[in-house]
Write a protein that binds this ligand. Structure first.
Ligand code: UD1
Length: 368
């Protein structure tokens, strides 16, 4: 099996789909160094840039999402879907994988559909506590569905479920970086308390606005800040930092070395995307979670509640972050006991072996 293992990994759209896919691919490579892995993504989406940076080959389908709120925007959808199905068919037939793994996002629909049609076995990795339409539909033919939340039998056939957790990139899992060195790598002071702000892979407007508005007050707490803004807010954020004349803020649209960002920080403000929540659990960081309220079925609120109900994170509503951020950061900066408690509690949600467990499922499927 070693020499011949061939795997298609398909999906993407945002980091929350791409990075678990990369973590699975890297685990396959570490167990089967000769394995051939081909990613199938959506043209123009984030995976087309991020996946090659991680050292994997990717093919793009001309697929786009179906816009449920504006049906007129879907005029080109049938053509794109048709072209994507044809291309997915050619990719699957040409590459001849032993298995196709779907991680959610536009491209996984046509790819796994064609895999199923041509007799290739499939596995789905669902990151969220709420399953999307495509994954529910693909689950009928999938051999196994690896999930990160309990009670997923609401969406998927129970006998196919494996509760693995979300696969996390190894550099984040290893977590052996020094706090001081990580801080200096961002140009920050090595001994100052550090707040990390992450808005998910695309950035979060309400968090960004809250930080811009309260930046001076936050700096008055004697902290320093690593602030990830997303592409659309980076210029405004840089202006806000310039206006307060400080060297205590590192600002970037996207952070590639999230392992260093986590290691540098004492506490975190974050969206509640599934991967962010899984990573924060593994690195055991005290966190203020601000769920994106318009995610499908409000699943980010459910992700955040699974922690906040257990005193493992603080949940702040999107509409309240601007008014509450200063008060909360004040309490975080001055209450070691609270940080300790949140850190211990969030750690209980960590599933550090997810990638290995998913690859174990892959091995079982292709053995049969
Ligand atoms: C708006 C929306 O619908 N977002 C969804 C999207 O989130 P999205 O992709 O934003 O969020 P996640 O929190 O799940 O994952 C973010 C990933 O990007 C990485 N990262 C982030 C910022 C950065 O600068 N550098 C970096 O590497 C994080 O380490 C993490 O691995 O997919 C998730 C997983 O299906 C869902 O739970 C989210 O609800």
């Amino acid at each position: 099996m070693n020499k011949n293992l061939k795997v298609i990994v398909s999906g993407g759209g945002t980091g929350g789909h791409i990075f678990p896919a990369v973590a699975i691919a890297k685990e396959i490579k570490s167990q089967f160094p000769n394995a051939e892995i081909l990613f199938v993504g959506a043209l123009g989406k984030m995976e087309m840039e991020k996946v090659p940076k991680e050292g994997f080959e990717i093919v793009g389908l001309p697929i786009a999402g179906f816009n449920r709120s504006n049906l007129l925007a879907n005029i080109g959808f049938p053509v794109k879907l048709f072209k994507s199905l044809i291309k997915a068919y050619k990719v699957v037939k040409g590459f001849k994988p032993d298995i196709a793994i779907g991680v959610g996002g536009f491209a996984s629909g046509p790819t796994l559909f064609m895999a199923n049609l041509t007799g290739v076995k499939t596995l789905i990795q669902e990151q969220n506590s709420y399953a999307g339409v495509t994954n529910k539909w693909l689950s009928k033919k999938a051999s196994k569905i690896c999930v990160a939340y309990p009670e997923m039998e609401r969406f998927f056939p129970k006998d196919k479920l494996i509760f693995t957790g979300n696969p996390i990139r190894k550099d984040i899992l290893n977590g052996n970086l020094s706090k001081e060195k990580s801080r200096t790598s961002f140009g920050l002071e090595k001994d100052r308390k550090t707040l990390l702000i992450i808005g998910g892979s695309l950035g979060a407007l309400s968090i960004n606005k809250a930080i811009s508005k309260n930046l001076q007050k936050l700096l008055n707490e004697d902290i320093q800040i690593i602030w990830q803004t997303g592409k659309t807010y980076i210029d405004t954020a840089k202006e806000a930092v310039g206006a307060v004349h400080t060297t205590r803020v590192y600002v970037s649209d996207f952070i590639y070395e999230m392992d260093k960002a986590y290691a540098a920080s004492d506490f975190v403000i974050s969206r509640a995307g599934a991967l962010s929540v899984s990573e924060l659990s593994v690195v055991a960081k005290p966190a203020i979670l601000v769920p994106f309220p318009f995610a499908a079925e409000d699943h980010q609120t459910k992700n955040a509640e699974s922690l906040s109900k257990n005193n493992a994170a603080i949940l702040i509503k999107d509409s309240e972050i601007s008014d509450k951020v200063e008060e909360i950061i004040h309490s975080f900066s001055n209450n070691e006991g609270l940080l300790q408690e949140l850190s211990e509690n969030i750690k209980k949600f960590a599933k550090p072996n997810a990638a290995q467990e998913i690859v174990a499922a892959v091995k079982n499927i292709i053995k049969k």
